[in-house]
Design a protein around this ligand. Structure first.
Ligand code: HEM
Length: 125
């Protein structure tokens, strides 16, 4: 597979992952029954798995790796933070105000990862 094709897949998954996380946050915080639908439980995991597989493929093809190249290290740390905040945002047991904050912080983290990707700089501002 060419680099450009894999990068396109990565970016499509980035958009899908964000869109689905945004919607799941809205649905979860408003107690929507859409959250119980089968596809809502499955599709985000498929998209996130493809996002990670394409990420690994891109890093390999570029010959740049996390913990070697700072911008990819920043992306991994950002990704872990995004996963943790996303987990908190969608967790029923927590207070709604905490979940809302986690949902917003997860989106800020996501924006940071995108900026790091575009600039290839861990300090993209
Ligand atoms: C939520 C997680 C992630 C988001 C939002 C994200 C976002 C992006 C975006 C928007 C691009 C395109 C940048 C451009 O147009 O130049 C990109 C490219 C790339 N990403 Fe990710 N990414 C994520 C996770 C990862 C991870 C975990 C890795 C590697 C370990 C990774 C490796 C790469 C590589 C190697 C490229 C190609 C960069 C280039 O061509 O200059 N990504 N990413």
């Amino acid at each position: 597979m060419t680099f450009q094709l894999l990068k396109t897949l990565h970016i499509v998954c980035v958009a899908g992952s964000y869109g689905l996380f945004f919607l799941r946050g809205v649905w979860s915080l408003t107690d929507s029954t859409i959250m119980l639908k089968r596809w809502v439980r499955i599709v985000p995991h498929v998209v996130d798995t493809l996002l990670l597989i394409s990420a690994a493929g891109l890093a390999y093809m570029l010959g740049q790796y996390p913990f070697v190249d700072a911008w990819l290290t920043a992306k991994i740390i950002g990704l872990l933070l995004y996963i943790g905040l996303g987990f908190a945002a969608l967790r029923k047991g927590l207070k709604n105000s905490t979940r809302l904050l986690a949902w917003l912080a997860a989106q800020a983290t996501f924006a940071y990862i995108v900026l790091v990707a575009i600039t290839r700089n861990p300090l993209p501002w």
